[in-house]
Design a protein around this ligand. Sequence first.
Ligand code: SF4
Length: 322
Amino acid sequence: MKIDFQGFEWYDNSTLTLIEDNCHRKGFFYREYPSGETDSNGEEIIGLENKVGPGADFGTCCHAALTTYYLQKLSGVEENDARMSAIARFAEKHEIHMSGHEPLANKHSLARGIEMVDGYFERFCIEDTDLIPLDMELGFMVLVEPTEEYDTPPFWYIGKADGFFQRTSFNDYVVMETKTTGGGVDREIMRLQMNRQPEGYVWAFRAMAEMSNMPLEVSGCVANVIGVKARENDYGRDIINISVNQTDHWLRETIWKVKRWRTIKEQAEGKGLSDMLAVFDRNTSHCTAYGLCPYYDLCNYGVSRATLRSFGPNLWNPLERE
Ligand code: SF4
């Protein structure tokens, strides 16, 4: 992971959540620890990979299917053909991402996955007639330039929206955020209704529209949820309006988060590993919060050649298309 671009650091939503909200120690391993491996330019890759479980990989397969479906619709492909292409894409991604997880729980099997995505198209085909897809997996990068009062250098806010749509009934624009969940669909919708990710994405799309002198009214986010269950299909959707006050607040909050992270890094500078680890303090209430933390062994048994052996470099690139 290279953390700067054109001289400015970059931050995306997942990174900010992981380094600042969850656990500073996790942030250290994820974004600051030298991996010992180099990239194609011979530069050392900083950060250790954050291995994800089958649930997240299964989610990646669903995202790929929805991306294909809406891109096909955007190209004018007929509904049934768009669905078939999406299902084929799901199967292809399932083969790539899920073959390493054994044994596969029923709910993550290829057959269940196909039922889930096919059920999604059926469930939302009427509502989707109001949404014209403009692009999917749309990467963005906006420079945040904090005012003097923050006393912290500019940084990029970068990310990748699952989709960007025009809503015909209101003649406005919305970003789409899709989540897959093994928990309750309604709960996931509630989580998205007050969540920094959609706020940040809407802020970024508004900022880009303003910079390009495009009078687009970006009014909110389509929160799109697929329940991942062994038997029945379950879906949820809500269009969340996000006000300018909310995105202004998000921006101020984000600047403070980045500033705090930078302060921690400064405090750790020049220290040996054990002092540095103490500065990047642990939040042990997060070790098992969403499954086992990928860095659990590093904290539990200590950082050593043996515990580091199973970690590759952090190659996360939020702008990359799946
Ligand atoms: S194991 Fe716990 S303390 Fe260690 S990085 Fe993960 S969440 Fe933080």
